[in-house]
Design a protein around this ligand. Structure first.
Ligand SMILES: Cc1ncc(COP(=O)(O)O)c(C=O)c1O
Length: 497
C-alpha cells in the first residue's frame, strides 16, 4: 500500500518519499504548492538543470506511485496516451485551469481531460448540478428526463442530429457509426483518414500511427482491415481515386473535421465538400467523428464550422461535461436502422446498444449544465478561446522563428499543437506530414514545458484551451516557449560544433 488513510482525518499519508496529499473533510489541501517550493529544479530557465532532472526532482511521489502501480496496472496506468517518459505525474486534484499532482506541483493544464473540459476543471455550473443529482439518483438504467434534456440540446444544436442514441465512450460511438453505415448501405468498406484516431474499435484501429500500412496492434485477426481503406487528409485526388475504385462497396467515409490525434490538422473545407459530394454520387455515407470537435468549434461543431452536413456524426468528450458520455447522431433515414421496432428481424436490424451505463444521470446532468452554459455564452466564449488559440499558435511559431527553428503550430479555434518542420519540409497538411516532422523536438519542447514551466501538455498530443484560461496564461505559454526555443537553439549549435 502506498499511503495510509487516517480514519479520523481522512488524510492520505506517505512519509518515506515526502508527499502528503491531504484530503480533509472532502477538501483537498496541498502542502507543497509548486511556486512556494522553489526547488532548484523549478527555477525557470535554469539551464544547468536538465528537463529530466527537474521532472525527477519534483515528481518523487509520482515516481513512487508509478513504480508501485506498475505491479498491478499494465504499463503503470490505464491509457496509452497518458504515458510519457519517464513516467506521467499522478494527479491528485484539479480546479479551473489547474491540475495538481501528488507532490503538490500545480500545472496550468492544456490537456484538459483529453480536450473534454471546455469549461475547465470542475466548473461550478457543473458541480452544483452533480451535487444535486447525487441526492437524486446516480443511475436509473431506464430512459430518464436528463437524457431527454441532453438529447434535446444536441438535437437542437448539431445540424445532422435528427436522431440520437447515447453511449458511453467515443470508441463505442464510432463502432456503432460504422455498423450503422454498413447496415444502411448494405456495403462493407469503410474509408478512413491516415492518422485518424477513432478509439480502439477494431475496424478503425488501422493506419493510425506510422508505419501506417502495418497492422496497428497484435491481437487483430489477420485481415481485420480487409474492409478498411486509407486516404490522406486533405488529399482530394487520392480520395477521388480510392472512392472511385471500389465505389459499389463503400459503406462510408469517416473523417474528423480536425485531425486530432493525427496532429491537430484542420481540414480544408474543399476536402470535406469533396467528400460530401463524392459520397452522394457513389451512394456512401459521410460520417464526421466529432468526438473532439463537437461543441468545441462552436455549438454546431465541425459541421457548423465547415458548413458541411454529414449523414452521421459521433460525439463524446464535451457532451459529458467531464463525465463519461458519448453519442451517435444522424439523419433519420440512416439512424432508423437501429430502431428494432421498425426492423425486428435479425437480418434487417442494426444492433447498436447504448451500453449499461448509457444515459447515466450524472453524466447527463453534467452534460446538460455544460451545453446550457455554452449556449448561454457561445458568442463570447468561442470568440475568446478561439482568439487565445490564434494568438498562441502565431506567437509560439514566432518565438521559435526568432531562434532559427522552423515550426508550424496547427489547429483551429482553441485546439493547437506545435510541429517542428524537418529539413526541406514546408507545411503540415496531413498525418504523413506530421510523421515526417521532428517529433523528437516536439516531445522535447512539451516535456520542457511540463518539467520546467509547470505547463501540462502530454508530449506529442493535442492542446486545448478552456474557458478557465486567461490572457496571462497565453502570455506565459508563449514566454515559456521562447525560453525553450532559446535552449533548443543553444543545444543545436553545440551539437553542430
Ligand atoms: C476523434 C476521436 N474519436 C474517438 C475517440 C475515442 O473516444 P474514447 O477515448 O472516449 O473512446 C477519440 C479519443 O480521443 C477521438 O479523439
Amino acid at each position: 500500500m502506498i499511503g495510509e488513510k487516517n480514519k479520523d482525518t481522512g488524510i492520505f499519508f506517505e512519509t518515506s518519499c515526502g508527499w502528503e496529499q491531504l484530503l480533509i473533510s472532502g477538501k483537498s489541501q496541498f502542502r507543497k504548492e509548486s511556486e512556494s517550493k522553489a526547488s532548484a529544479a523549478e527555477k525557470e530557465g535554469d539551464d544547468s538543470i536538465t528537463d529530466l532532472d527537474a521532472y525527477l526532482s519534483k515528481t518523487k511521489g509520482s515516481a513512487k506511485l508509478f513504480s508501485k502501480a506498475s505491479e498491478f496496472f499494465v504499463g503503470g496506468q490505464s491509457h496509452n496516451a497518458r504515458f510519457f517518459k519517464p513516467y506521467p505525474f499522478f494527479a491528485a486534484r484539479s480546479s479551473g485551469k489547474y491540475i495538481w499532482d501528488v507532490d503538490g506541483n500545480r500545472f496550468v493544464d492544456y490537456w484538459m481531460g483529453h480536450t473534454a473540459l471546455i469549461l475547465g476543471h470542475s466548473p461550478k455550473v457543473v458541480t452544483d448540478e452533480l451535487r444535486d443529482q447525487i441526492e437524486n439518483g446516480l443511475f436509473f438504467g431506464s430512459p430518464n428526463i436528463y437524457a431527454y434534456e441532453l438529447g434535446e440540446l444536441i438535437h437542437k444544436n448539431v445540424p445532422c442530429a435528427e436522431s440520437i442514441r447515447f453511449c458511453t465512450t467515443g470508441a463505442e460511438a464510432t463502432m456503432y457509426a460504422v455498423r450503422l453505415a454498413r447496415a444502411a448501405s448494405g456495403r462493407n468498406i469503410v474509408v478512413k483518414i491516415t492518422g485518424g484516431w477513432h478509439g480502439y474499435n477494431s475496424t478503425l484501429v488501422f493506419g493510425v500511427s506510422s508505419p501506417f500500412e502495418e497492422p496497428e496492434s497484435a491481437g487483430l485477426v489477420p485481415g481485420e482491415e480487409k474492409y478498411t481503406r486509407l486516404i490522406s487528409f486533405n488529399d482530394i485526388e487520392e480520395a477521388d481515386r480510392v472512392l472511385s475504385s471500389e465505389s459499389q462497396d463503400i459503406a462510408a467515409v469517416i473523417v474528423e473535421p480536425v485531425l486530432g490525434g493525427g496532429g491537430v490538422v484542420p481540414a480544408e473545407r474543399d476536402f470535406l465538400v469533396f467528400l460530401r459530394e463524392k459520397c452522394d454520387r457513389i451512394g456512401s455515407l459521410l460520417i464526421f467523428d466529432e468526438i473532439i470537435t463537437g461543441f468545441r468549434l462552436g455549438l454546431q461543431g465541425g459541421q457548423g464550422y465547415y458548413r458541411v452536413l454529414p449523414d452521421l456524426c459521433t460525439l463524446g468528450k464535451i457532451i459529458g461535461g467531464g463525465l463519461p458520455a458519448s453519442a451517435i447522431a444522424g439523419k433519420k433515414d440512416t439512424m432508423k436502422f437501429a430502431d428494432t421496432s421498425l426492423f425486428p428481424s435479425k437480418k434487417q436490424r442494426c444492433w447498436i446498444g447504448g451500453g449499461t451505463f448509457s444515459e447515466n444521470a450524472l453524466a447527463m446532468r453534467a452534460g446538460i449544465a455544460t451545453l446550457r452554459y455554452l449556449e448561454a455564452h457561445a458568442k463570447d466564449l468561442y470568440n475568446r478561446i478561439g482568439k487565445f488559440g490564434t494568438e498562441l499558435r502565431k506567437k509560439v511559431d514566432e518565438a521559435f522563428a526568432e531562434n532559427g527553428i522552423r515550426t508550424q503550430s496547427t489547429g483551429v479555434g482553441s485546439l493547437f499543437v506545435t510541429h517542428f518542420l524537418a529539413d526541406g519540409q514546408d507545411v503540415i497538411t496531413c498525418a504523413e506530414d506530421v510523421d515526417l516532422s521532428r517529433r523528437d523536438l516536439e516531445r522535447e519542447y512539451y516535456f520542457s514545458l511540463v518539467s520546467k514551466y509547470n505547463i501540462f501538455f502530454i508530449p506529442g498530443h493535442i492542446g486545448a484551451i478552456s474557458d478557465a484560461h486567461e490572457q496571462s496564461d497565453i502570455e506565459y505559454f508563449v514566454e515559456s516557449s521562447r525560453e525553450v526555443a532559446r535552449r533548443l537553439k543553444i543545444k543545436q549549435r553545440l551539437k553542430s560544433q
